[in-house]
Structure formats: structure tokens, C-alpha cells
Design a protein around this ligand. Structure first.
Ligand SMILES: [Fe+2]
Length: 253
């Protein structure tokens, strides 16, 4: 009797079994991070990169596809720049004997110069022509659906970075359905489940999880602060539901 009422108590207050953390190790690969030193707003040197890779590994991930920003205004990274940085990071990972595989792609900001990069095939993809793209946070580029069309016709599989962060879509869930209908894959940041600010971001993240729309999750780690935030949501009910669902594709990367 005591055990039963205790169980009820634990269920109501989210303790007991629910306090187990999400098992990120089953996902194998962390998709989306900023671990190439000095090329964007992520890590500044190889030491910071190693520290962050060690932390991502300790979360359970054994492979990392890191994705430096590419933006024509600020981060003018080319595949050559990113791959040269990757070589340095790989060397450091090997010397430190970290059991982590690290690869690089990029996070392409959809701006006027993106079409040109695409035309010249100056893009870094991952796992069978998948390409990570991001949008401005305050207004949707008018040509976004045609960019998706162009990408698909050219044989790329667009993966939209932190899909839950674009507030201009919040008023109408149809915006997400429209993208799914066009085979856009959705990546979600684990940190978006942190309860900060107005709570709208967390709510939309949960809604997208409940709608079975998330295909990949990622740390989007720029610094150790991201790791602390991720640790704070490891027992989050929605994160566990998503990881346990088996629908995430991280392990296929
Ligand atoms: Fe990012």
C-alpha cells in the first residue's frame, strides 16, 4: 500500500523512474555544433575545442558532425577553411586519445550569396547530401520555399537547423507542415527545452516533439555553457520521449 501511494506520489511529482536521464548514447551522433577554432562564434582555440568535445562525449555521444556558421556578412567560411580547421581538431582529438569521431559540415545561413555557393557546389554536406541550413530569427526570407525547391532539385536533402527557434512561424503550425510536405528534415536544439524567457520557445519545442516532427537533435554547442544547459534538461519528459521514440535519425549519420 505504501509502495503504491509512493508510486502515485512519484508520478505526480515527476520523480522516481522519471528522474532517469535521457539516454543520448543511443543516438550516437551529435548533429550541430561550433567546434572549429576561430572560424565563427564558437570555440576560439583547440584547447576549448577539446574541452567541449570531451563534454559532448560525456553526454553520451561518440560521433560529432560539427557545423561552423557560413554567413556572407560575418563568417565567410569556405569548405577549405573548415576542413583545414577540422584537421587541427582531429589531430588534437587523436593526441588526447578521445574515443570520438569528428567530422565537419557547415550551417548555411540562407542569404543572397547562398544560391551562388550552391551553384558552384561550394558547400559541405553530410551523410548522403544532407545540408544544414538556418534562417534569420526575425523574418522569413521571402524566397525560402524556392530555396528549398532549388536544393531538392539539385539533389540535396535540406535539414533545417533549430527549427523551433523561428518565432515568425509560431502563430500558425501549418508553416511546419508545409515544410514537412516538402521533405525538409528538422533539427532541434536540446537547449531549447530550457525554461528561459517567455517560455514560448520551450512550448514550441514540445509541440514539435509531440507532433513527431523532429528528425535530429543536436547540442549546437558553442561553449561549455551549452553543456550545462543540456545537463539541466536531461530528465525533461519531452526529451526522454523523443529519444525513446526511436524516430530520431542521429544514429544514421
Ligand atoms: Fe548553430
Amino acid at each position: 500500500m505504501f509502495n503504491n501511494s509512493m508510486g502515485l506520489f512519484q508520478n505526480i511529482f515527476g520523480k522516481g523512474k522519471n528522474a532517469d536521464p535521457a539516454n543520448l548514447a543511443t543516438l550516437i551522433t551529435d548533429l550541430h555544433s561550433h567546434l572549429i577554432p576561430g572560424v565563427d562564434d564558437g570555440v576560439k582555440n583547440v584547447e576549448q575545442s577539446l574541452e567541449l568535445i570531451t563534454a559532448i562525449h560525456s553526454l553520451g555521444f561518440s560521433k560529432i558532425i560539427t557545423t561552423p556558421h557560413v554567413m556572407s556578412d560575418t563568417f565567410r567560411n569556405t569548405p577549405e577553411i573548415i576542413l583545414a580547421g577540422l584537421a587541427d581538431v582531429k589531430k588534437a582529438v587523436k593526441e588526447a586519445a578521445l574515443p570520438v569521431t569528428i567530422e565537419a559540415a557547415a550551417e548555411y545561413y540562407i542569404d543572397d550569396h547562398f544560391a551562388e555557393k550552391l551553384k558552384n557546389k561550394e558547400v559541405l554536406t553530410f551523410a548522403g547530401n544532407k545540408i544544414l541550413i538556418e534562417l534569420p530569427f526575425f523574418n522569413e526570407p521571402q524566397n525560402f520555399l524556392s530555396v528549398i525547391f532549388e536544393l531538392t532539385v539539385a539533389g540535396y536533402k535540406p535539414v533545417l537547423a533549430h527549427v523551433e527557434r523561428y518565432t515568425y512561424w509560431y502563430h500558425d503550425f501549418e508553416n511546419y507542415i508545409k515544410l514537412k510536405d516538402r521533405d525538409v528534415l528538422f533539427q532541434m536544439n536540446i537547449v531549447s527545452l530550457c525554461d528561459e524567457g517567455s517560455g514560448h520557445l520551450k512550448k514550441m519545442t514540445e509541440k514539435l516533439i509531440d507532433a513527431d516532427m523532429i528528425d535530429f537533435i543536436g547540442s549546437d554547442a558553442h561553449s561549455m555553457q551549452y553543456i550545462e544547459k543540456i545537463k539541466s534538461v536531461l530528465t525533461n519528459r519531452h526529451l526522454k520521449k523523443l529519444v525513446d521514440s526511436g524516430r530520431l535519425l542521429n544514429h544514421t549519420l
